[in-house]
Design a protein around this ligand. Structure first.
Ligand code: ADP
Length: 247
């Protein structure tokens, strides 16, 4: 089966600087692909290009064998869930309203939305009693669970996660990592996950894509990066996080 997302020779420049050099990448269906690399290496840019928050300067991106053009951006955004570090929740809306926002916007029947909401609370282990709270009244971990519910509301084919656990303390982070991994397996979800943490990448990634300075340096299972580095940067990056146990 073909990949769900295909980037072909995609590049992105900002005034005078290259955020992403000409890049090819495929995101396999039903797998978790992890983008990892130092801050500023182009990971978020790559996600934003896929969901078309920004336009590539060159190259093309296919989603489910269809070329992404401006005509399909509206429908594309319903087929892709996106979670960012702080959850990106609207502060003036309750957790419930945040989760239902897009579904309401496209006119989903109320009973279907409420059923889906109950299902998502169970899936993400979020208490229904907290749904009437505003983001400021929730903990960081709870906010991320709401962000995840919102992203999953319309059963997206692709889930993009941009450092979703980066702002959490270690215990909350570990518990959410475990839950997320179970959720992805249960949904057989296609996931593109950004982190700069090697242990997290190893925990989630069926495949790891290591980036540096706007380029993909090596991609493969974490064991390949550890045992068969193709570039000195790969060993440097892995050694810099030594002490991390790679499974
Ligand atoms: P990462 O997610 O790996 O930390 P980013 O994709 O956010 O990296 O950024 C890649 C590079 O592009 C960085 O050098 C960053 O400063 C630059 N960049 C990102 N967004 C913008 C922008 N809107 N304007 C100018 N430069 C940007």
């Amino acid at each position: 089966m073909s990949a769900l997302v295909n980037l072909v020779d995609v590049s992105k420049h900002y005034a005078g600087a290259t955020a992403l050099h000409s890049t090819n990448l495929s995101v396999e269906r039903g797998k978790t692909t992890v983008l990892i690399g130092p801050s500023g290496c182009g990971k978020s840019t790559l996600l934003r290009l896929i969901i078309r928050l920004i336009e590539p300067d060159s190259g093309s991106i296919e989603f489910d064998d269809e070329l992404i053009t401006s005509d399909i951006i509206g429908t594309l955004r319903r087929r892709i869930g996106y979670v960012i570090q702080e959850g990106g929740l609207f502060p003036h809306l309750t957790a419930r309203a945040n989760v239902l926002l897009m579904a309401r916007h496209i006119g989903k029947p109320e009973d279907k939305m409420q059923n889906r909401l109950a299902e998502l609370c169970e899936l993400t282990r979020f208490s229904v009693n907290l749904l009437s709270r505003y983001p400021v009244e929730l903990s960081g971990g709870q906010r991320q669970r709401v962000g995840l519910m919102r992203a999953l509301m319309l059963s997206p084919e692709l889930l993009l996660l941009d450092e979703p656990l980066g702002a959490l303390d270690p215990l909350v982070r570990a518990s959410l990592q475990k839950d997320l991994k179970e959720i992805f397996a249960r949904l057989q979800q296609t996931v593109l996950f950004v982190t700069h943490d090697l242990a997290e990448a190893a925990y989630f990634g069926d495949e790891i894509v290591l980036m540096n300075e706007g380029r993909i340096v090596q991609r493969g299972p974490v064991s390949d990066l550890r045992d068969q580095p193709t570039d000195p940067f790969v060993s440097e990056f892995i050694n810099a996080q030594r002490g991390v146990t790679l499974t």
